[in-house]
Every structure is written in C-alpha cells, then in structure tokens.
Design a protein around this ligand. Structure first.
Ligand code: AMP
Ligand code: MG
Length: 740
C-alpha cells in the first residue's frame, strides 16, 4: 500500500518569528514515525503566524493541488484556545468541505482523560478536497496526546478521502479494518485502543470512572450489527458508516430548508490581493478587431505597434509668421548675402528686400521659388518656396516701402544678420518620420487626446484594437424597487440605487463597448436569477454580468447556488477579507457560443462544463461579479475588483486597478482589527501641493452617501487602534484630486 503524505503546520506567532523555539514538529513527527505503523512518509512542515489568511494559504498549498503532491493529512498545531490571537479553528472551518466531528470527539475524549482543561480546546477536523485536516492544541504534550488518539485510524480515513473505493476497503469487514489499524473494539481491557500519551492497560484503572458517560451514550446512539463490549478503554468513537454512506447534511441547494443548508460560508476567505489575482487569472485575453480612427476610440487599447503612414509635416513648413529667405550655407563673415545690391551688411540677411510672393497655410499649391535677392511673406505652418532655407520672424523686420495701393508691403527691411540656414523651419518628417513607431502595442487611447491626435496626424485610418467587453448590471432582491416607482415606499421596499450607481461607474470608466441594464431579478421565483443570467449571456451578448445582493448566507441568497447548480459554473471565490465587501463573489461560466444550454431552473449540470477541446464549437467564458447588496459595498468592490478585470479585458498589459498615492489623514480614523477597511474619503490639495484625506463620515456599508463626493478609498490596515491625524495613509484614487 502506498505511503501517506502528512504535513504539519505550526501556528504560532512565537515560532514564526523564531523557528528554533518550535518543539511541535519533532514531537509530532515522532508520533507519526512511532505510532503510525509505517504508513506515513516524513512530514512536510511549515510555520505560520496566528493569522487566518496565512493559515489558510498554507493549508490550501497542500490540499488544493491537483497532482500527486496532494497531502493526505494536514495536522495543525496551535491557535485552538481562547486567547485573543487563537484563530486556527476559524481559519480551518471554512476550508472544510466535509466536517469530521468524530475525529474532534476522539481528540477531545482523549484530552479529557488527562485534564478537564480539555474543555479549553476548540478543535475542528474534516475533509478538504482529498485531504484530512485536523487541528491539534499548541502545547507539544497536548498535541502529541491528541494525535496518538487518532493516528491509528487516520490512514483508513485518508485513503477514503483520497478516493479509495470504500466497498473494497470494507471487504474484510470492520474486524479486518480494526486489525489493520491496530485497534480492537471487541476486546476487553488490556487489549484496548490506544490511550492518550501512549497509555494502554495500565491507565485503564484510573480512567475507569471517566468512561461511564461514554458507555452510556454509545449504548443509546449506536445501532451496531456486531457485538461490542464497550469495555473500559474503548475511548475511540468508531463511525459505522462511511462518509459516502451518510446523507450530506450541508448543501448549497436553496430549495432545501435552513436545517439542510450551509450555516457558515464554505468559501475560503481570500485577501484582496489574492482575490484580484484570481480574477486576473480567470479573465480571458481580449480579441482584436479593427476600428476606424475616431474620437469614439477613447478607452480602447491598440493591439499592434502602430507606425506612421505619413511623415509629419509632409512639406517644409514655417514655424513662425515672417519672411522666407535664402541664407548662404556658411556662417559668420562668409555668409553669402542674399539681399539686393543695396544690402550693406555683407554678413547675412540684414538689408532691404523686395517681397516677391505670399505663402499662406493652404492645401492646394506650393509658392513659386525665390529669385536671388527676393524674399516671400509666409505665415505659420505654410510651405516654404522650395529654394528658401530660413524664415526671418516678423518681429525682426520693418516695412520699408508699401505697394502702390498702400495695402501690402513692397519692400521689407530685415534687421538682423544672424539668421542661419534651417532657422524657423519644420523639416518634412521632423515631428514624425514616415514609418516611425508612433504608439506601442498596449497603449490606451485616452480621453486626453494625445494618442488619438498622433494617430490622426500621421495618417492612421484603421486601428487594430482589443475588443471592449459588454457589461451588464443586474440587481437582485424582492425588496428592490425601481427608481421610477412613484412612491411612497411601502413594506420593506428599498430603492434600487445600486443599478444606476454601477451603470454610471461603468460608463465613467469608458472600458465597455456597451453597458447593459439588465434590470432586477426577483428572489421569487428562484429561477428568475438563472433566467436573467442566461438571457444576458445568450441574448444580450454580455461578457461580464455584475450583480448586487444575494451573496450572503440567507435563504434568498441565490447567486452562488444558481451559478454552481443551475449554470454549471465555477465560483472562484465567495469571501474576501475586507470591509465593506466581505461576501464579494467572483465566478465564471463557460458557454457554447450563443447558447447556455436549455436546462430548466434548478437542474444541476444544465450547462455544459468547460471544455478546452478545440472541437470547432468554441466556448466563451463569461464572468460574473456578485457584489454585495449594500450600496457602499457594491461601489467599493466594483472599484477594487471589477476595474482590474475590465482593464485586462480591454488589453491593458499590466492591470493595476485604481492608482495609489500616499496622503495624510485630516482626522483620526479607526482601524478594523480583523479586516482591511476601505474608508471613503475626499483627497484634496492642502494648498501647498500635499495631499490630505478627509473622511466622508459614517462608513456603514448600507450608507451610499459615504461614497457621495468621495474620490478615494483609504486603505486602513487591519489592526487595533487608529490612523492618527496627520499620519500617512495609502489612498486608492477613484477620481481626480480636488483642488484647494
Ligand atoms: P442581500 O445580500 O441581498 O441581502 O442585500 C444586502 C442589503 O443590500 C439588503 O439590505 C438589501 O436590501 C440591500 N440591497 C440589495 N440590493 C440593492 C440595490 N439594488 N440597491 C440598494 N440596496 C440594495
Ligand atoms: Mg437580497
């Protein structure tokens, strides 16, 4: 039989800062080696702080791998008590796909044999993917006793969790399993199950009195088909059904009553940064399309390097208003005077000259060449006579004589002889040369105009850009009432503020080909959400649906079950460690082009699962952002999660979401000890070019007014206490900095 892979996770602030203080790893490794009947490989080990996210990250690195590196048993030690930094059960419980109360019971029962302080442990145990996870106390002695209480039976549980056929495993009957595990339920004292601390027969006498209640319980609650003596020493509860044989007591099926549904979120809690990287990993790369250059291209990203089709300028143009002249090509005393014979200076252009022609900026013709000694009046941007090589600006000249009608100059005196060849001329291609690289692939065409301007200038007419997504906004909830409802509101009605707010955010970003109003999906009938999502994807061609509401744990919180059960989609995350916005959900649904299956509401597997097969009928990945219903939460999470997704979808090479700046707090702001808080604030210039942030007031997630006039989210670190007035703080800018 293949060896099982264990992993030990030490959860301890102390050991994390100084691993040499840890004694748990050697102690527990010894238990596996000595009491593990040779069934375990050497354990993988890690040490983390008492921090929910760190614990979860470490466990998931062992349990969430697809390949052979999956760990069969994860043992945590530490953080199971009542101290303020004891978080391990809170970190592990949401990771467990199936609970194992029997293992918890066995460990607690073992500890109670030793001390009534066993009451102070809060262990959890269960199955995540194919791994068993158990939480041991932090003291090496307690951890050892607990592990010894269960270690003999764990291999069987691990093999089953890893997918071993349970019938084959049971073919020899319970007796065989017990023999293999080195325990025997039918034997009398002296041959009993292992005791805490490795005790066996010798300990039975003093543990006798404690065993009565167990014996009593067992005789009532178990209906065994084989005889048990329940002698002293039978301290390991034995399950008589396999996990597969038991009804799955917890489900995400919204049709089941409250007693059958999840009572705590089964979705692991991600940090905001982790959630963003999950979003970006699952956001498809954009397709390329060719569009006519126009101001409508604002927000698009160019999909190829763009080269100039034309030089700018296309001809030799004057930079100033003045007179085109021919200057000798040598400087100083050698400059050949171009002035007429009466010119006196002899060193340059100084002198009086007849004005032979006038060149305006116009499109139809070039001015005639100059005769020696002539000059030509020229306006800014106009083409030079082909043999002129400099322009004297009008400020360096005076009119000498007027034309007979007195309207034009006939001769002009040039006051300087310092004009050099090329002066005040834009040579052809001196702004942009033909075939110059003008925009690199990945450049966004902004509303500031520079990018669209340069493309227009150098003859670009068609631009390869990445397609922009179509994004739909759908509110959910029976209480949600359209803003056009004349009022007054009755019962539990609430104005649908999320939909217009999100539609306007999306329009403001300019990253969508179309922003689609999908209206409201009522909670009853429950199929309405499914139908609205199907229609959005199939009929309205929407790439991303943004919903609000319906992502908490109530019986009307239908989004996750609808995605998983009815649409065959994948929920990539369902909880994020942030405030507001904890239940934010992100999912994807893969659909055959233009079809989302024809299943009826509530039918599991109606949609065809994702396929990477290149079988012709291409599938398209659609994304769903399930934002919380509370209006401030919806807007904050849209900024943090939806924006980077759309940035990737439109082809921005490294999507980073909102820009970050450092600001100073204008007042004292309270931090949340458990979650990073995104405090809505107005960031403005303090009059000396420094940025200060003023809170928008009460930050309750239902208060959409906390976002009104806010241009920034202050990233408040999760800790006790305050960000003090004047302290530096990171701000995510949603809008432009206000002026003083
Ligand atoms: P839910 O997660 O659906 O329970 O929603 C959480 C809270 O947000 C409830 O108080 C809802 O009434 C409120 N809410 C849900 N949708 C909207 C909406 N579209 N506009 C304003 N508030 C909403
Ligand atoms: Mg709701």
């Amino acid at each position: 039989m293949a060896l099982l892979r264990p992993a030990i996770l030490v959860v301890s602030d102390t050991a994390a800062s100084d691993p040499s203080t840890d004694k748990a790893i050697p102690t527990l490794s010894d238990v596996l080696a000595q009491d593990g009947a040779g069934k375990w490989t050497d354990p993988l080990t890690a040490i983390v702080k008492d921090d929910v996210l760190e614990i979860q990250r470490a466990v998931r690195s062992w349990t969430d791998t697809e390949n052979d590196s999956t760990v069969n048993l994860v043992i945590t030690t530490g953080g199971t008590g009542f101290a303020r930094r004891d978080f391990t059960p809170e970190a592990i419980a949401p990771l467990l796909h199936r609970q194992a109360p029997g293992i918890v019971h066995a460990m607690l029962a073992a500890s109670f044999q030793v001390t009534p302080f066993a009451m102070m442990a809060r262990p959890v145990a269960g199955v995540r993917n194919k791994s068993i996870v158990i939480t041991l106390p932090g003291s090496p002695k307690g951890a050892k006793e607990n592990l010894q209480a269960v270690v003999k039976l764990l291999p069987h549980a691990c093999f089953q969790a890893a997918g071993e056929d349970s019938r084959a495993a049971h073919s020899g009957g319970l007796k065989k399993l017990e023999r293999e595990a080195g325990v025997d339920s039918s034997s009398s004292a002296g041959n009993g199950a292992p005791l805490p601390g490795g005790a066996s027969t010798d300990n039975n006498s003093h543990s006798h009195s404690h065993s009565h209640s167990h014996q009593h319980d067992h005789s009532h609650s178990h209906d065994h088909d084989h005889s048990h003596s329940h002698g002293h020493g039978h301290r390991i509860p034995k399950a008589h059904t396999t996990l597969e044989e038991r009804p799955h007591l917890q489900s995400n099926d919204p049709r089941l009553g409250a007693s059958k549904r999840y009572r705590s979120s089964p979705y692991p809690m991600l940090s905001v940064a982790e959630a963003v990287s999950v979003i970006l990993e699952n956001t498809p790369c954009p397709k390329v399309e060719v569009r006519d250059l126009s101001p409508d291209l604002v927000g698009y990203v160019v999909a190829e390097d763009i080269y100039a089709k034309e030089a700018v300028p296309a001809y030799r143009a004057s930079l100033v208003d003045g007179y085109a002249v021919i200057v000798g090509d040598k400087r100083g005393a050698d400059v050949v005077p171009v002035a007429n014979a009466q010119s006196v200076s002899g060193t340059g252009t100084k002198g009086t000259f007849p004005v032979a022609s006038v060149s305006h900026a116009q499109a139809t013709s070039l001015p005639p060449p100059l005769q020696p000694g002539q000059i030509a009046r020229i306006t800014t941007g106009a083409p030079l006579p082909e043999n002129a090589n400099a322009v004297v600006m009008v400020e360096d000249t005076v009119i000498a004589t007027l034309s007979p009608d007195g309207l034009e100059e006939s001769t002009v005196e040039i006051l300087t002889d310092k004009i050099v060849p090329g002066e005040n001329i834009r040579e052809p291609g001196s702004d942009v040369q033909l075939n110059d690289l003008v925009l690199v692939k990945g450049t966004q065409l902004t509303a500031l105009g520079g990018e669209i301007g340069v493309l227009a200038a150098c003859g670009t007419r068609k631009v390869p850009v990445y397609r922009k997504p179509r994004v739909g906004v759908l509110s959910t909830g029976d209480e949600v009432t359209d803003i056009t409802h004349p009022g007054p509101l009755t019962g539990g009605m609430i104005r649908d503020s999320n939909r217009p707010a999100l539609l306007s955010v999306l329009r403001g970003w300019g990253l969508c080909e179309e922003v689609v109003d999908l209206h409201v999906a009522r909670d009853t009938p429950a199929s309405e959400l499914e139908l609205k999502l199907r229609d959005a994807f199939r009929l309205r061609g929407v790439d991303v649906v943004v919903t609000t509401g319906g992502v908490s744990m109530g019986e009307l919180d239908l989004l996750k079950p609808t995605i998983e059960r009815a649409l065959g989609g994948t929920v990539h995350f369902g909880r994020v460690s942030m405030k507001p916005g904890k239940p934010t959900t992100f999912a994807s649904v893969e659909i055959k082009n233009g079809d989302l299956g024809s299943g009826t509401a509530g039918t599991a597997g109606a949609a065809t699962p994702a396929s990477s097969e290149p079988n012709g009928d291409s599938r398209r990945r659609h994304l769903i952002f399930g934002l919380p219903g509370n209006p401030a939460s919806a807007l904050v999470t849209a900024n943090l999660f939806l924006l980077p997704c759309l940035q990737k979808l439109v082809g921005i090479p490294s999507p980073t979401g909102l820009p970050r700046v450092v600001v100073r707090a204008a007042g004292k702001l309270r931090c949340d000890p458990a979650r990073t808080e995104y405090h809505r604030a107005v960031v403005s210039d303090d009059g000396h070019g420094r940025l200060v942030a003023r809170s928008t007031g009460m930050q309750r997630s239902s208060r959409v007014g906390s976002v009104a006039s806010a241009n920034a989210l202050l990233v408040m670190p999760s800790r006790e206490g305050f960000v003090e007035e004047g302290a530096e703080c990171e701000a995510l800018m949603m809008g432009l900095v206000r002026g003083f």
